[in-house]
Write a protein that binds this ligand. Structure first.
Ligand SMILES: [Zn+2]
Length: 308
């Protein structure tokens, strides 16, 4: 059975029903899987203003042959943690780098389909995307053959050069790793959303948190790799999870700074002998001020992100 439109972008798309959801093949968003419950939510106005971000994320993942598996538990986090270009000029610079990666190095040409390829710079509309191509042409970075849907876009020498310079200027933000318990307690989720993540972002980090189904069982190689890639860690000791302590110890062993926080209830009976490390107690009534206190602490201790 096949559905006829992409739940993310509403373009004509192929859909194959699987037991757990639908595998969609969309010319703009690529191949991805979506659970039935999320599929239903997307047919309404859910995430209406963020669809272009989701479309771009799905497209890049599909092109890397790592198709996204979207469900109600991960979709908002994926969007929140993405760092897409947000203004037309950022999108233009971003698309210039895409062209430099995807153009044929012999001919400097990439065939661009305006409807399908606007996802390659997270463009929210066809009009916006055409404006971006026009801007790149005006700046002498590309030449295009006509104004149709499908265009041969050719990078000029200046375009190649600018793409490289742009790459040098826009290295990704350093990563901060958040280690914390994943109990069913909504309070922890709130603390992450309202305090941990915003505080780290305000200090210039992009934030990585291990995927949700992460009970205390296994700490796999992937997690250790992410800790290794991170410049700093925030370890929340609420509920005294062994996995959190292990991750914090691993980070310290790598020479990373670790900021400890803990819910006030668990704060005084701290496990192990780490009482002499700074720990910021919090509770659900002071999450906004917790964010401020964390930022202040990081500023005072020179822990703000430094460009890599
Ligand atoms: Zn789509």
């Amino acid at each position: 059975m096949s559905s006829d439109s992409c739940p993310i972008c509403e373009m004509d798309a192929e859909g194959v029903n699987l037991s757990s959801g639908v595998e969609v093949e969309c010319p703009r968003c690529g191949v991805y899987r979506v659970t039935y419950s999320l599929h239903d939510m997307l047919s309404g106005e859910y995430l209406e203003d963020e669809r272009h971000i989701l479309s771009g994320l799905a497209r890049f993942a599909s092109d890397r042959e790592e198709p996204l598996r979207l469900h109600t538990q991960n979709v908002e986090q994926l969007i929140a943690e993405a760092t897409p270009p947000t203004t037309p000029d950022e999108r233009a610079d971003f698309f210039l780098r895409v062209l430099a990666k995807r153009a044929d190095p012999q001919t400097s040409i990439m065939v661009v389909d305006c409807d399908n390829d606007m996802s390659l710079c997270y463009s929210p509309s066809r009009e916006d995307f055409e404006g971006i191509l026009e801007d790149l042409e005006t700046r002498g970075f590309v030449q295009t053959d006509d104004d149709g849907d499908e265009r041969e876009v050719k990078l000029t020498v200046a375009g190649w050069r600018a793409a490289k310079g742009e790459e040098a200027r826009t290295t990704p933000k350093p990563q901060a790793f958040v280690a914390m318990s994943f109990s069913r307690d909504d309070i922890l989720e709130q603390a992450y959303e309202q305090a941990f993540r915003p505080a780290l972002r305000r200090c210039g980090y992009r934030v990585f948190r291990s995927a949700k189904p992460h009970p205390d069982k296994t700490i796999d190689a992937e997690i250790l790799e992410e800790i290794g890639k991170s410049a700093i860690m925030l370890a929340d000791l609420t509920e005294h999870r062994p996995a959190v302590l292990f991750e914090a110890g691993y980070a310290r062993g790598l020479g990373r700074k670790v900021i400890y926080t803990c819910h006030r209830q668990d704060h005084d009976e701290c496990c192990l002998d780490i009482k002499h490390y700074w720990r910021e107690p919090w509770d659900e009534d002071d999450l906004d001020s917790l964010a401020d206190r964390l930022v202040e602490y990081m500023q005072e201790h020179g822990l703000e992100a430094k460009p890599e």
